[in-house]
Design a protein around this ligand. Structure first.
Ligand code: HEC
Ligand code: HEC
Length: 346
């Protein structure tokens, strides 16, 4: 009986193919849409050839990854991510406009919470752990309950959108400069620019300079001293709440042209993870796309100072949990809804 029902539904689904809702199509970035008609057509056709279409996605530089696998990733994305990250991964899903911070626009190929040095691509594992952990204190949820297969597939689909955005941008910029699109240049120069940066990420992994010490009060005290003298307090404020005049001034923008602010480190919601190693990476490598600088150079001869800063950040971050409640940090910068674009049709 049960099996018959499933069989019947399958027949109905297959049979109703002609009435199936039209699949959406990926959009193009402003850099492409600004080009003249003829150039634009060529750019679009190059992007389509190498990254596929919504119904036939391809992972640039990975011919071994099958369409079926990517369609599985797309199905997960459609169910769990599209409302925030948008059909083309532009961070412009229907729910995005009112969020701070905004969902990531993948098309720039820039990610914040990596285990790699400043300016580097993330490792694939970094994206997987972001999905597991979520980004505390933002609207990005944790997906740790999803089956491993779904996580792996949706990460590959995010990479499809990311690489497509990056390639589209490379081709558009070249088209603008050269007034033509040469498929050979795309193949030999532009595709490798995109793909190689991701391959190199593994060489940019941040390795701790010294092993993590057992934190004591002395680490926290030294960390506070460093926090006040090494420039952290200029942005995060002396108490880590981010209430400095500069930080409160409107108009600070990140790479994605969205308002940004130095984090309230006392909120108990470190976005990039709560483990000492997570905080170490943020301090050592900075945060891509944001004003948070990396201190790798400044502190390369003082590895202990980095761990002291980690101890101090974790200490202020935990203040609320131990009942010592500092008043909240800066309000989120106001994002006027009119300034934001919502993907047409939602
Ligand atoms: C309710 C909205 C929402 C949903 C649903 C959502 N995200 Fe996000 N996502 C966000 C926000 C907001 C950010 C940016 C956080 C920040 O900048 O700190 C983000 C950031 C990310 C990042 C970037 C992390 C980095 O290091 O920069 C990735 C990757 C990501 N999301 C993947 C996904 C995937 C895959 C799904 C679906 C399985 C998903 N998100 C679902 C809101 C969402
Ligand atoms: C130029 C301003 C600036 C300076 C200087 C600065 N920060 Fe930041 N910091 C930021 C901004 C902006 C963010 C938020 C980035 C984002 O959007 O996620 C941030 C985020 C962080 C985070 C991540 C918080 C999280 O949610 O995971 C840590 C940790 C941090 N800063 C520690 C430090 C320490 C320690 C120093 C000094 C060694 C320092 N910062 C210096 C601007 C600054």
């Amino acid at each position: 009986m049960h099996r018959l029902f499933i069989l019947l539904s399958a027949v109905i689904v297959v049979g109703s193919g002609c009435e199936r809702a039209v699949e959406p199509e990926w959009g193009y970035s402003p850099e492409v849409l600004e080009l003249s008609g003829e150039l634009q057509t060529e750019v679009r056709s190059q992007v389509r050839e190498r990254c596929g279409t919504y119904s036939q996605p391809k992972l640039l530089g990975h011919d071994d990854v099958t369409t079926d696998w990517l369609k599985h990733g797309q199905a997960v994305y459609k169910k769990r991510c599209v409302q925030c990250h948008g059909i083309s991964g532009g961070g412009d899903g229907p729910a995005a406009a009112v969020m701070y911070p905004r969902p990531r626009d993948y098309r720039r190929g820039i990610f914040k919470f990596t285990s790699t040095t400043y300016g580097s691509k993330p490792l694939r594992e970094d994206l997987v752990s972001t999905l597991h952990r979520g980004i505390r204190g933002t609207s990005m949820p944790s997906f740790k309950l999803l089956p491993k297969k779904d996580i792996e597939a949706v990460v590959d689909y995010v990479l499809v959108l990311t690489h497509r955005g990056e390639l589209e941008n490379q081709i558009a910029l070249t088209a603008q400069a050269e007034e033509e699109v040469d498929p050979e240049v795309v193949e030999e120069d532009l595709v490798p620019i995109v793909v190689d940066a991701w391959k190199q990420a593994i060489q940019n992994e941040v390795h701790v300079l010294t092993p993590q010490p057992e934190f004591t009060k002395a680490n926290v005290v030294n960390g506070k001293k460093a926090f006040l003298t090494r420039g952290c307090s200029k942005c995060h404020g002396e108490d880590g709440r981010g209430l400095t005049a500069d930080n409160l001034k409107a108009g600070l923008k990140d790479t994605w042209q969205q308002p940004t602010r130095a984090a309230d480190l006392t909120s108990g919601m470190l976005h990039g993870g709560q483990e000492p190693i997570d905080v170490y990476r943020r301090i050592y490598a900075g945060i891509n796309g944001t004003p948070m600088p990396g201190f790798a150079n400044v502190l390369k001869d003082e590895p202990d100072t980095i761990w002291d800063l980690v101890a101090y950040v974790l200490y202020v971050s935990n203040r609320r949990r131990v009942g010592d409640n500092p008043p909240p940090g800066p309000p989120a910068p106001y994002v006027p809804v009119a300034e934001t674009s919502v993907e047409a049709g939602g």
